[in-house]
Design a protein around this ligand. Structure first.
Ligand SMILES: Nc1ncnc2c1ncn2[C@@H]1O[C@H](COP(=O)(O)OP(=O)(O)OP(=O)(O)O)[C@@H](O)[C@H]1O
Ligand SMILES: [Mg+2]
Length: 255
């Protein structure tokens, strides 16, 4: 088992945004985390990555407790993420964005990573070579010297994933990677996630695009008002009456 979360809880004021959530992640699977707006999906990511402190529960990754660790420590432990609202360094080039992600590995913080950059020549050379490989994987070869902000939205989303992968994490948390993408870009994104799984990456995918979720997920967990209402295969989730009920009245529909 890659990760075990037990009884994870977070309140904002009197409201439980995440309530006693438990799940287990296996290696090399795409585990989708779905649920209506406000269900608590992003909060789970913020808790797992140390951006928020849980009120209770445990999170164990590769046998090591994540409780109380700072975001950079969790990144160094092998978990990185992307954001619902893209968070690239717009003024930096495509290549620099990816290299910045690589510098997170084993460093004591993002700022430190940036200020101690470049490191040794050999280290730098490897980081550069790996960054180019990642660029190739996401189809951005030839665009490496452009400011990230000049890329199309779809390409920026792919770049953000490449940056998250640059530190060679064993678990990647993707917060709505297909949001704002057109159907061709969404298809490209889904194909990329499947290729990553083949390479052995483990992913948690938060996504509202149900077609993508049903296509790529190995297993799905459904949250509603901060609570787990179902866990299962895509087929099981699509047939689950409680899930269908949770989505009624929403724009999205379980496909
Ligand atoms: N920092 C915060 N302070 C106060 N309330 C918050 C904070 N972050 C989230 N919430 C609340 O917690 C609940 C869960 O929010 P969260 O962002 O986790 O939902 P989500 O499932 O990611 O929704 P969406 O699909 O819209 O992104 C919501 O009611 C939200 O308003
Ligand atoms: Mg969210």
């Amino acid at each position: 088992m890659l990760m075990e979360v037990k009884g994870l809880t977070k309140h904002f004021g009197g409201v439980a945004a995440v309530k006693e959530i438990s799940f287990q992640l296996k290696k090399s699977e795409i585990f989708a985390l779905i649920g209506p707006n406000g269900a608590g999906k992003t909060t789970v990511f913020n808790l797992v990555t140390g951006m928020l402190e849980p009120d209770g529960g445990s999170m164990v990754f590769e046998g090591k407790s994540l409780f109380g660790l700072k975001p950079h420590q969790i990144a160094a432990a092998g978990i990185t993420r992307t954001f619902q609202n893209l968070q690239l360094f717009g003024g930096m080039t495509v290549l620099e964005n990816i290299m910045a992600g690589a510098h997170l590995k084993g460093k004591t913080g993002f700022l430190k990573a940036l200020t101690t950059w470049p490191g040794s020549a050999a280290e730098e050379k490897k980081i550069r070579r790996d960054a180019f490989a990642l660029l190739g994987d996401v189809g951005l070869t030839g665009l490496e010297n452009l400011p990230a902000s000049t890329l199309s939205f779809g390409r920026q989303r792919l770049l953000e994933i490449a940056r998250a992968l640059a530190s060679e994490p064993r678990l990647v948390l993707l917060d709505e990677p297909a949001a704002g993408l057109n159907s061709a870009e969404t298809k490209e994104m889904a194909d990329y996630l499947k290729r990553l799984r083949k390479q052995g990456k483990s992913m948690v995918l938060v996504e509202h695009d149900m077609e993508t979720v049903m296509e790529v997920a190995d297993r799905i967990i459904v949250l509603n008002f901060g609570e787990v209402i179902a866990v299962g295969t895509p087929a099981e989730i699509q047939a689950n009456p409680e899930v269908i009920k949770a989505y009624l009245g929403e724009d999205e529909q379980v496909a």
